[in-house]
Design a protein around this ligand. Sequence first.
Ligand code: TRP
Length: 329
Amino acid sequence: MTEKKGRVFSGARPTGRQHLGNYLGAIQNYVALQKEYDCVYCIVDIHALTTVETTRNLKGNTMEMALDWLAAGIDPKDSIMFVQSHVPQVMELHTMLSMVTPWGKLIELPTFKEKIKQQPKNINYGLVGYPVLMSADILLYKTDVVPVGVDQAPHIEFARETVRSFNYRYQTDVLIEPQMKITRIPKVIGTDGKQKMSKSLNNHIELASTPEETQKRVMTMKTDPQRLRRNDPGDPDVCNVYSLHKIFSGEEEVAMINSECRSAGIGCVDCKKRLAANMNVSLAGFRERRAEFARHENDVWDILHDGAARARTIAEQTMVEVRQAIGLP
Ligand code: TRP
């Protein structure tokens, strides 16, 4: 076995079927990191409880996300892939960390302030403690590197401060400060041509869609707003269809579309048809693998349970050290 550079941990809430934004922003990166690091990837169902209105879809959404991760190339032989609640030690560490966490710091976090605006009727205690639980996720596995989007940077900084507070309070070095690795997320705009692709805005394109669904979604995409008629020249630089062509289409085709859009040689409808076709070609392998996993959901649960068992071994070892460091009788 080749020596890896250390341990990576990342988590994501079980939001069900993943879309292009999730893939280009996070999943692709998770897959790539496996070469250099020992990776632990967690579906954070407990974190999801801080915001969901109902848990009816939790199990299904967990499976859908696991299918996407596996089909995208997360290799459960190499990496640990598991569900957060299957490793209850994280809840214990969360409680221990809460004792060295100043309340004032939690309620000042920008992520918390944003959440209370989003859900003013559900400002629950768990929501306040969200970053503490996230720190527990990371610290439980003595993580070296956490790949996250820039929006999560305050949480990683918070985790680092928590390590210092804990180690200082108990005069220990059992917890280690994780490094943050900001994933340069190519901002993937949704079909509305305006906002970041997201499920809640319904401007997304799911990886697992059928070719027909994909084409339908692509055909609804907003293009250059100045190009009203077929004969108007367009500006690819302000067109989201063009941005996606740059990801899914070959170099020559991209160059052709760029110039033909500017000269009104190609219309938006044809341009979108080409994009949909290229997306479907790019995603064909993924979809085949996904369908194969989906035919064997029990095997996927086995993968998740096996991941959890391996995660618990690491977690319990850390907790033995943590309980000892605190001096629990
Ligand atoms: N808070 C992260 C998000 O919303 C998800 C998350 C939970 C996470 N625990 C984590 C990310 C640990 C990285 C490491 O995206």
